[in-house]
Design a protein around this ligand. Structure first.
Ligand code: NAP
Length: 457
């Protein structure tokens, strides 16, 4: 029996566990470690609350958890309760599925002013992530800029633009529901540095912006009109998806305001160069207007020399997540990933594999794709792991079951049955109010709900 540790219980961790446990050739037992008491990673703390259907993937994860040989060790932090060195004494193979836990920066003046935030922290806050429970966002101003035109930017813009009635039926965290109800936000500007054809958002997501009950969506005609280079690229690739995206945006540029209380503005070919300050906080954002130029096979933004100052009270930068280095493993600072070959962690100097260590998901390939994209990625890593196990290329553990050590180090370890009790408590509270669940947002609250008594925090 090969004992396998997977670190990080997000979608990648579950997809990898699934691949490993659903084969019979190499008998394995999988322990899934998670720093938080709750599983599912970005499916719980990233997916927008008004996209409840996407969360249905947790049913697949629950089936994985029901497989013989699976154990969940929640509320256990590697490096705090147990070290990687210790894990090497208990496991033949160790895989890291820790995702991309921080965000990229724009690198412009004013980025750290009060009122300038990352989209990732706002998302974690409204989704009830315990680390972000006490963050404060001043939503009293009328105008917000969201930098970036990926799906995370769209999520943030949509949540800011939604009417309270639309949110109250979701599992958006109670503290965020209250803050958003009192929000003074009237205008949200989404800022793309390249053109509409290069926007990273997907069509269903951008289409949904045009269907909000409480907000009018608009765009400038000249910014959504295709430039020559993009038109040539589109014709060469015969890209129906991008054509559809352009149609949606052209329709937004033609729309007249219908008097809905909020306005969503989609902007293109503008790059933030400075966040402006008044009285010690954000008062606006200076934008450089861009044109597109060829850069290898791609098109990149180049400043035209013209500027525009957009008055805003709040800025969310949504320019991509970024992986964090894992102690004891090599790290590619530029890409924010762990160097690997087909999921095998490698020494970047000579590309030799680090026996027994693997990665999957965003820490392996970078922060791209929806949760399902991590399935084929997990299949590749699982194949490498099973191949190595079959060939005897594993660590040589001298200890067997790690559970007693973990329970000694972390008396508040949350196993799968404890998580199920928490899940049940949240769902029951949700049913009483017509919501999918009411999330517990503090760790002490979660532990009390599953009968692990801890002092109030
Ligand atoms: P993303 O798709 O990579 O988008 C990042 C955006 O930031 C791009 O528009 C990028 O523009 C822009 N950007 C990067 N650096 C910038 C800078 N310095 N100044 C201005 N703009 C800059 O990342 P994401 O939105 O964080 O999403 C991560 C992944 O999760 C994506 O694959 C996304 O589809 C997925 N996701 C999916 C859903 C869903 O399916 N509903 C929801 C949320 C997230 P350039 O293209 O010019 O670099």
């Amino acid at each position: 029996m090969h004992r396998i540790a997977i670190i990080g219980a997000g979608p990648s961790g579950f997809f990898l566990a699934d691949k490993l446990l659903s084969q019979a050739e190499i008998p394995v037992a999988v322990d899934l470690f998670e720093r938080l008491p709750t599983p599912y990673g970005l499916v719980r703390y990233g997916v927008a609350p008004d996209h409840e259907k996407i969360r249905n993937v947790t049913r697949t994860f629950d089936k994985v958890a029901a497989r013989p040989g699976f154990r969940f060790f929640g509320n256990v932090e590697i490096g705090k309760h147990v070290t990687l060195e210790e894990l090497r004494h208990y496991y033949h193979l160790i895989a890291f599925t820790t995702g991309a836990q921080t965000d990229r920066r724009m690198g412009i003046p004013g980025e750290d002013l009060p009122g300038s935030h990352t989209a990732t922290e706002f998302v974690a806050w409204y989704n009830g992530h315990p680390d972000y429970r006490d963050r404060e966002f001043d939503l009293s101003g009328e105008r917000v800029a969201v930098v970036g035109v990926g799906n995370v930017a769209v999520d943030v813009a949509r949540i800011l633009a939604r009417a309270h009635d639309e949110l109250v039926t979701t599992d958006l965290a109670d503290h965020a529901l209250d803050a958003l109800k009192a929000s003074g936000v009237r205008e949200v500007h989404l800022l793309g540095r390249r053109g509409p054809a290069q926007a990273a958002f997907t069509n269903p997501e951008v289409k949904e912006l045009g269907e909000l009950a409480g907000a009018d969506v608009s765009a400038h005609e000249h910014e959504v009109t295709l430039d020559e280079l993009s038109a040539a690229a589109l014709a060469a690739e015969d890209d129906a998806t991008t054509r559809k995206k352009l149609e949606i945006l052209a329709d937004y540029a033609k729309r007249e305001a219908s008097g809905r209380p909020r306005r969503l503005m989609l902007r293109f070919l503008v790059s933030p160069v400075e966040i402006l300050e008044r009285n010690g906080r954000v008062s606006g954002i200076r934008l450089a207007r861009n044109r597109l130029v060829k850069s290898g096979d791609d098109l990149k933004a180049e400043p035209t020399g013209e500027f525009e100052d957009l008055p805003v009270d709040l800025v969310f930068r949504s320019v991509g997540y970024r992986g964090v280095a894992l102690p004891g493993l090599p790290f590619d600072e530029k890409r924010g990933t762990v160097p690997n070959e087909k999921g095998r962690v490698i020494d970047p100097a000579d590309r030799s594999p680090l026996t027994g260590h693997y990665v999957s998901g965003w820490i392996k390939r970078g922060p791209s794709g929806a949760s399902g994209t991590n399935k084929p990625d997990a299949a590749e890593t699982a194949e490498s792991m099973l191949e190595d196990a079959a060939a005897g290329r594993t660590l040589s553990p001298d200890q067997e079951d790690i559970a007693p050590l973990l329970r000694e180090r972390q008396p508040h370890l949350v196993d799968w049955s404890a998580w199920q009790r928490l899940n049940q408590a949240e769902s029951t509270a949700g049913s009483a109010t017509g919501r999918p669940r009411v999330k517990h947002t503090r760790i002490a609250e979660m532990l009390r709900a599953v009968g692990l008594a801890v002092k109030a925090d």
